[in-house]
Design a protein around this ligand. Structure first.
Ligand SMILES: [Fe+2]
Length: 195
């Protein structure tokens, strides 16, 4: 019988899975950015794309620090999350509702990554790979910051605009809430009574 795998083997396996996940995300993030209407949201996806390219490189450094071959292994989890994001983008939603949905899709990916990096940091520490642990922690911090930024955009105006755009005769109005966290102004006094 083959020898049982060790935590080190599981660690390398998880690194390969995460490396593949990051690579999948470098292809998915431009699509999220393109589908976003709110300029701040688009900028957030674009900024995270750049960070994600850095995460790929950082994982390459981790493999090197462990004298392991740089190799990915298909990550089924992130593939599923990306697929769900794609189906959302095919829906017929108004701009702000779509933005709210894109944030939801982005945050699913962020939380998946936060879970992966949280485990990777803890395992690297347990295995005494302090250089790897430091690198992985840097990425974990960036994932958390990206997640917070998305929450800020959602709660700072996009969700509210999406909720208000549910009124059918708002459809013809300019997209509202863009760049305005909170207090949106109505262009037409005639609609105020309906709130
Ligand atoms: Fe990442």
């Amino acid at each position: 019988m083959a020898e049982a795998g060790t935590l080190h083997d599981a660690f390398i396996d998880e690194l390969r899975d995460t490396y593949d996940a990051e690579k999948q995300l470098t292809k998915a993030l431009p699509k999220l950015a393109k589908a976003a209407s709110n300029p701040k949201l688009r900028a957030a996806f674009e900024a995270h794309l750049e960070e994600t390219q850095g995460h790929v490189e950082r994982l390459e450094q981790v493999f090197e620090s462990l004298e392991e071959k740089v190799r990915g292994k298909h990550c089924e989890g992130i593939a599923g999350i990306i697929d769900e994001g794609k189906s959302i983008m095919e829906e017929d939603f108004g701009d702000t509702t779509m933005d709210a949905c894109l944030i939801a899709a982005g945050q699913r990916a962020e939380h998946y990554e936060m879970a992966a990096y949280g485990t990777l940091v803890a395992w690297a520490q347990a295995l005494g790979h302090s250089d790897a642990a430091k690198l992985l922690q840097q990425t974990l911090d960036e994932e958390k910051a990206a997640d917070k930024k998305l929450s800020g955009l959602a709660e700072g105006g996009i969700n509210q605009s999406a909720a208000e755009s549910a009124h059918p005769d708002d459809e013809s109005e300019e997209p509202v809430g863009v760049g305005a966290a909170g207090g949106r102004k109505r262009s037409s006094g005639a609609k105020i009574g309906r709130r």
